[in-house]
Each structure stands twice: as structure tokens, then as C-alpha cells.
Design a protein around this ligand. Structure first.
Ligand code: 13P
Length: 250
């Protein structure tokens, strides 16, 4: 019932030469049974949409501003992303929360304006290692979820990404039961807040050191509807193997 999502976040990586990876990905997955998304740096979004035109690959942004327009040098609005051809946007990634001191309230405003502009919005949540070791993971995730996700979200315009900060780019992955515990918790909270219909339709993806070797096991965990992949999305062969594992999962 929930269509799976394989999302790649290229972060601040890639110039024009990287668009070749998108062409290869499109050739490898002509008729995917999951949604395939790549979020390249903003400089590549428009060209990326041209490269994947008439293919099943979708393009997204990595962030947007809370305001529709105005005096915000260097920032990008949700409308601009949509205009450039993006269908999705990531908001509240832990790197933005850390590097730019973004709080839940800001993330929620970004998500709201992204949804209002017709972008499917991936809201990222995740605990630090200190928070996990203090057994505060579910409190942190619950607080981020209620603070960062706007009201009136739907399964069409909202995706939740659970990305433990300590798992990002480290090669350390939570145990499968730890992933399952958090995803089940997020599902229960979504159902409580939005009702069972919407709550069950929102996709919850896992992110943090997903690679072709561990993807299959992660995708078998309950309430894991896909992945948000950093490093392993930069090479089409690696990301393609992750997509294949996702489509093979039950
Ligand atoms: P890595 O897959 O490189 O750990 O990054 C995960 C991530 O932050 C995706 O948004």
C-alpha cells in the first residue's frame, strides 16, 4: 500500500560530470516498482531534471527557506525548487540542524511552505550518540516529530526520514531491532496525530550508512519503507544495488 522510496542525498557533492550517474541509473531502472529520487546540489537540479526527463527518476532539493521570497542572500525558496523541476525537498537534515542551528520550528515552517508549493517533503529526525546512550532516543524523536512536522500533512506530501546522527557517514548502523523500535514508534505517533488513514500512508525511510551490503536486512525491518542514502547514492552502481534490494524486500 505504501510505495517504497529509494532517495539519494548527494549533499555538497557533484558537478556536471556527476549527471552521468543519473543517466546510468535511469537505464538500470526503466520500470521501477519503487519511487527513485535523487537530491543533487541546487546547482544541478535543473540540468538533472533534463537528464532524467521521460524516465522514472525524480529530482529533489536538499533544503528550502521558510519564506516565499525576499532578502535572503544565498537561499532558495520552495517555489524556486518547484520551478527548477524538483518534486521533493529534504528539510531538517541533521547537517542543517547542526551547521545552521535549525530548530524544530524552522524545520516545520520549511516543511509547510514546501508542501504548499506541491513538493513532497522529507522531514529528517535523528538522535545523537549521547542521546541514545542516555536512553533518550524515543523522547528526542517524539519531540522532533511533533515539532518539525506541520499539521495537515498527508501520505502524499510527507515522508519521514529516521537518520541517527551517529550513523551518518560513519559506517555504524543501529541494530535491526533499534531501527524497528524507532520506526514503529514513529508510525504509532503518526497514527495518533493524523488518524490511522493518513498515519499509515506516510512513508518512513531509514538513513545512515546504508550500503548495498546492509540494505536488504534493513528493508526487511517493519515500517521501513525505503532509505535516504548519502555516500552510496553518489555512484549509480551502488545506489542501483540498494534499489534492487528495496524492490526485492517484502
Ligand atoms: P550516509 O549514507 O553517507 O551515511 O548519509 C546518510 C544521510 O545523511 C542521508 O541524508
Amino acid at each position: 500500500m505504501r510505495r517504497k522510496l529509494a532517495a539519494g542525498n548527494w549533499k555538497m557533492n557533484g558537478t556536471g560530470a556527476a549527471l552521468q550517474e543519473l543517466s546510468e541509473l535511469a537505464i538500470a531502472h526503466p520500470k521501477p516498482t519503487s519511487d527513485i529520487l535523487i537530491c543533487p546540489p541546487a546547482t544541478l537540479i535543473h540540468r538533472a531534471t533534463q537528464v532524467v526527463a521521460d524516465t522514472a527518476i525524480q529530482i529533489g532539493g536538499q533544503d528550502c527557506h521558510t519564506d516565499p521570497k525576499g532578502a535572503h542572500t544565498g537561499d532558495i525558496s520552495a517555489e524556486m525548487l518547484k520551478d527548477a523541476g524538483a518534486r521533493y525537498v529534504i528539510v531538517g537534515h541533521s547537517e542543517r540542524r547542526q551547521d545552521h542551528n535549525e530548530q524544530n520550528e524552522t524545520v516545520r515552517a520549511k516543511a509547510r511552505i514546501a508542501m504548499d508549493n506541491g513538493l513532497t517533503t522529507i522531514v529528517c529526525l535523528g538522535e545523537s550518540l549521547t542521546e541514545r546512550e542516555a536512553a533518550n532516543t524515543l523522547d528526542i524523536i517524539g519531540g522532533q516529530l511533533s515539532g518539525s512536522v506541520p499539521d495537515a500533512a498527508t501520505g502524499h506530501d510527507l515522508v519521514i526520514a529516521y537518520e541517527p546522527i551517529w550513523a551518518i557517514g560513519t559506517g555504524h548502523v543501529p541494530s535491526l531491532s533499534q531501527i524497528g523500535e524507532v520506526h514503529d514508534f514513529i508510525r504509532a505517533r503518526l497514527e495518533r496525530r493524523f488518524g490511522p488513514g493518513v498515519g499509515r500512508s506516510v512513508r518512513i525511510v531509514y538513513g545512515g550508512s546504508v550500503n548495498p551490503g546492509n540494505a536488504g536486512d534493513i528493508f526487511d525491518v517493519s515500517n521501513v519503507d525505503g532509505a535516504l542514502v548519502g555516500g552510496a547514492s553518489l555512484k549509480s552502481a551502488d545506489f542501483s544495488a540498494i534499489i534492487t534490494a528495496l524492490e526485492a524486500a517484502s
